[in-house]
Design a protein around this ligand. Structure first.
Ligand code: AMP
Length: 417
């Protein structure tokens, strides 16, 4: 079923969205991209005369309740953006009456699903010294409870819509298990999901070349899978951010106190070798902005990425690297960017990421398809006010990367089966 074909009039739809938005210390939303992303789906259902049961997770709560992660903090913002007064169910498992009472055009937001361990299906509170048998029993127990939890959520509604791309790579109760309670005619992807799937397909099939991928961020370890996978697809692979120094050290460089994963040096060398074998132009930073402290106002100097003085750490790419990256980006026809080039949260180390954003904007203006994904690169693009100068900004981090790796996302598979 598709969202455009389903007749929502008089029906209750339970919609999984990704309202895992960043909040400041006063509980105010600092970036509402994810809420805005789900609005077309939510508005369409209300406009058709359906009613909404909206569900999401926020953060990583470890107990029930954990008010720091309460979705009650965003009800007013959601009401304002949706244009209806959204009701709130303070316990997602005790919303039966509120859901039953919903009239066409009305909306109810459930409290954070992850207050319950059942949502993720992972045991909580296991003693550190638990035996293997105890661990296995706890896992089995939570999986059984997860089924019940998902069935309970499903009982609130006539149909299920998944519009949470950010969690589509997780087989959680609300993203996958719940779909088993609905037949094919009563479950569907929301508009945001449809758009994300289309954007991924533009990268996976019908690639316009040259294809340049820029992978940054703090660590190699979290990105090995996607990097190896991209080697088979791209013409240029730019690696930047903190992982630069693992590569520099692996090649015998001096990296001072820069971030480095010593247990990944072999992998770094292997990636360099594979890039050569597969004729991929691997572009690594050659110079960097080194700082004597992890602070915005630290002393800085430009130095070679493989000759950083003791006590100094590379926190951004240098001017020579900016130029090399721009050259590999500006002539590209397909661009994927995940992860910043430096510690962009501090203004003095955001210049390299800005240079990447500028080059992407230039290529996009020249007709390239540019896809930006992953919380930090999106935060970067928003910080520079350049969101409208790229082709598509994905709401997914891990989900986007897994989809581009060619993995079937459980959240999408559950709708299709
Ligand atoms: P990730 O979550 O792996 O995509 O990493 C994003 C984080 O990497 C951001 O918070 C950046 O501040 C950080 N980062 C980027 N470059 C560096 C660097 N050279 N040293 C330390 N952290 C970095």
């Amino acid at each position: 079923m598709t969202i455009d074909n389903f007749k929502f009039a008089g029906k209750k739809a339970i919609v999984r969205v990704d309202f895992n938005v960043p909040l400041d210390e006063n509980g105010k939303i600092t970036d509402d991209t994810r809420i805005r992303g789900a609005l077309p789906t939510l508005k369409k259902i209300l406009a058709d005369g359906g009613s909404l049961i909206i569900m999401s997770h926020m953060g990583k709560p470890k107990k029930n309740p954990d008010m720091k992660f309460s979705l009650s903090q965003i009800v007013d913002a959601v009401s304002e953006k949706l244009g209806v007064k959204v009701q709130f169910a303070p316990d997602c498992m005790k919303a039966d009456d509120a859901a039953k009472a919903l009239k066409p055009g009305e909306a109810l937001l459930l409290e954070n699903l992850r207050f319950y361990a059942e949502e993720e299906g992972k045991p909580r509170g296991l003693a550190d010294d638990a035996s293997d048998e105890e661990k296995t029993a706890a896992k089995k127990d939570i999986k059984a409870k997860q089924q019940e939890f998902a069935k309970h959520l499903a009982s609130y509604a006539d149909c299920y819509v998944n519009d949470a791309f950010g969690t589509a790579h997780r087989a959680h109760a609300s993203t996958a298990v719940i779909a088993d309670s609905f037949d094919k005619d009563h479950k569907m992807l929301g508009y945001l999901m449809e758009k994300e799937v289309k954007a991924v397909n533009s990268i996976l099939s019908d690639i316009k070349r040259p294809f340049t991928a820029i992978m940054g961020g703090s660590k190699v370890s979290t990105k090995i899978g996607i990097i190896e996978n991209l080697l088979g697809k791209v013409d240029n692979l730019i690696l930047c951010g903190g992982m630069t120094y693992t590569f520099a050290k692996a090649q015998g460089g001096k990296i001072g106190k820069s971030i480095c994963e010593d247990d990944k040096l072999d992998i770094a060398l292997d990636i360099i070798k594979k890039a050569k074998e597969q004729n991929v132009n691997l572009v690594l930073g050659t110079d960097c902005v080194a700082a004597d402290d992890f602070k915005n106002d630290a002393n800085t100097q430009i130095c070679s990425s493989n000759d950083i003085p003791d006590g100094w750490e590379g926190l951004d790419i240098g001017p020579e690297t900016e130029k090399a990256f721009a050259a590999a980006i500006e002539n590209a026809k397909t661009i994927l960017w995940n992860g910043p080039a430096g510690v962009f949260e501090m203004d003095n180390f955001a210049k390299g990421s800005k240079a990447i954003a500028d080059a992407i904007a230039k290529a996009t203006a020249n007709g390239a398809f540019s896809l930006i994904g992953g919380g930090d690169s999106v935060a970067c693009i928003n910080k520079f006010g350049m969101a409208d100068q790229v082709s598509y900004i994905s709401t997914g981090g891990g989900a986007l990367l897994e989809a581009i790796e060619g993995k079937v996302l459980p959240g999408i598979a559950a709708i299709e089966k």
